[in-house]
Unconditional design. Structure first.
Lengths: 241, 241
């Protein structure tokens, strides 16, 4: 199912931001980009835009350029402004996470609306929106780059929509069971006694401490073999097959 | 309290990414940046770096350049690699949100480690880390720009650490109470009867429907005044003070 979320960039100045925004959208599975009166009418085909879009050129190809935000809102039933500037009145301000959670399942067709880099959205455009989203940030600094804001909101909205699975990058570990771990510990206990590190008459808490260390480490079967191989080597015996 | 989280960029190629990463960190309240053998040794003072850092030049000034990841991990007790490439073995892979939630309150000094733009982290560097973080993304595309990945993880980690408050951008609304809303409805009911839109003999569900609309709209006191002013104007009476 094609996702219906729209990303709207109003009066964007920097070609790099348009390209980076396209990539930020696509990596989160969104493809509907609309530009409202960008500074450069040919921004979608500028070299820097295409370079920053990386593999998201198809988002640029499908993007539309329209003259006003009102034109960009066709089919949209819930428009979220990103706005930092205080104003007399306007839609209520929310952090993205709780707002997106409340928006899931409402059936709304959602747009995320981003203003110009320097000035942010005009009052007139904010009034067209249903909610203001504010990415919680360090109060003394507080301003995300445009493309970074697109990335954070695309990520948060995708998470709210159910997200993507994380692919493990390694094979499933073959965990060692309790018998294997205790076998390694017993093996090492003998070695430690023979090398004079562990006094069997006054063992203190050495073995339970090592047991805790190994439990915390969550040994694999391979690692049990390694630890027992080292124990054998310490004992001076040739390593057995 | 200064935050102890460290951001480590390994073999970064693009000056713009270093600058954008500094800004992405600072906007989330992080300031400890370490570069491991960047492509350009002077990357911290290059023009593009400083331009992309915007107001985060202080992060660049304080940043260190070191020769290996091992050098960058002084004081760090939990290193999170960001890694996409499958490998034979290595730390377990997590989505950032649940991993960060489990990391809060452990007392660890955390580093987030980012690899080179094209190739990602080497196996040797991944093995130095305690966890692999994978930002869940569209499987068919799937690769965030380096600075975007820094922004998403800085944001998620800050959220896990308790986050920042969202500042409302407008004054607290003066909500209209039930009496005010019913007053406006009764006023409009009379107007609608006089203009022939509402038949008092067969009112159907018009007034309850308008009541629901107004409840959903959550009227302010100011808006009640506006709606009653319009009702008066429809009636042809001059607007009263």
């Amino acid at each position: 199912m094609a996702d219906s979320t729209r990303f709207i960039l109003v009066n964007t100045s920097h070609a790099g931001n348009v390209g980076a925004a396209a990539r930020a959208m696509k990596v989160m599975g969104f493809t509907d980009l609309v530009l409202v009166q960008p500074r450069f009418p040919d921004v979608l085909v500028q070299e820097e835009t295409v370079a920053m879009a990386s593999g998201a050129a198809d988002v640029l190809v499908r993007a539309r350029v329209v003259p006003t935000l009102a034109d960009a809102l066709d089919g949209i039933t819930w428009a979220c402004a990103t706005a930092m500037t205080p104003r007399d009145f306007g839609p209520p301000t929310f952090a993205p996470r709780p707002h997106f959670e409340s928006l899931v399942g409402t059936g709304h067709r959602v747009a995320l609306v981003f203003g110009p880099e320097r000035t942010g959205l005009s009052n007139e455009d904010v009034y067209r929106c249903h909610a203001c989203l504010s990415i919680p940030a360090e109060p003394a600094y507080g301003s995300l780059n445009l493309a970074q804001a697109v990335q954070v909101l695309a990520y948060e909205w995708r998470q709210a929509l159910g997200g993507y699975a994380v692919q493990p990058r390694t094979a499933e570990p073959q965990w060692a069971d309790g018998v294997a771990v205790q076998g390694a510990l017993t093996h090492w206990q003998g070695v430690l006694e023979r090398i004079g590190f562990l006094d069997p008459v006054a063992p203190k808490k050495l073995m339970p401490r090592l047991n805790q260390l190994l439990n915390r480490a969550q040994l694999t079967q391979e690692e049990v073999h390694i630890l027992r191989g080292i124990a054998r080597a310490v004992d001076g015996r040739p390593q057995q097959k």
